[in-house]
Design a protein around this ligand. Sequence first.
Ligand code: GCO
Length: 255
Amino acid sequence: MSHPLFDLAGRVVLLTGSSRGLGLAMARGLAQAGARVVLNGRDPAALDAAVAALRAEGHDASAALFDVTDEAGIEAAVEAIETQTGPIAALFNNAGIQRRVPLLDLDRATWDEVMAGNLSSVFLVGRAVARRMVPRGAGKIVNVASLMSEVARPSVGAYTAAKGAVRTLTRAMCVEWAPHGLQVNAIGPGYFRTEMNRALTEDPAFDAWIRGRTPARRWGDPSELVGAAVFLASPASDFVNGQVIYVDGGILAAL
Ligand code: GCO
């Protein structure tokens, strides 16, 4: 029996980029806490497979196929969710892309792609959902930042810039929407075993470096984001605003 402050029964939660990885793990955990999860992705097959898997586990899951960089598609999808599934109680802006290229070699098109997928998407989907939450006087928006919102490493400069902006956009959303009853916060994952990071986890030298730099001496498992996700989607966080909760094994605490 969960504490009533963490009960998500009946709450509609939209998670962008949730066909796999961190997004799917958070969706599964939120559904386990009672939420009616709406998964999003651009690949119909992957999205349908993810929804089917959650339904097979007994959860209330549905699909919303749209590109988080397509303004018109976002608007149509959010309207459809609100009318067909119900008012969105929580939005997780989780979708993101990684392009590992040193800044000296980075072309403008790749820079723009990273900014669109990691930052503009947070604004566009956040604005569409907030336009419906604000009149209701309630809603939760959780942006997925990163340990790269605070620190940098070579070859991921565009991603780092975007994730740093996600941290401050979270504060900007907070100051404008908290007066209307919304809570806007972020989760900052450290290094997790995901498909996006396969090139890193399978590199023995990088794997050793991360284990050495992380006080917990290991990579995170996507399921370990569920606690922070349920907290930020639930009544337990009704007076938490503009914050980033880092789930990183301690790496940001360490020199
Ligand atoms: C990298 C990784 C990192 C983290 C991500 C999680 O190439 O260093 O992709 O960016 O995995 O930031 O928050």
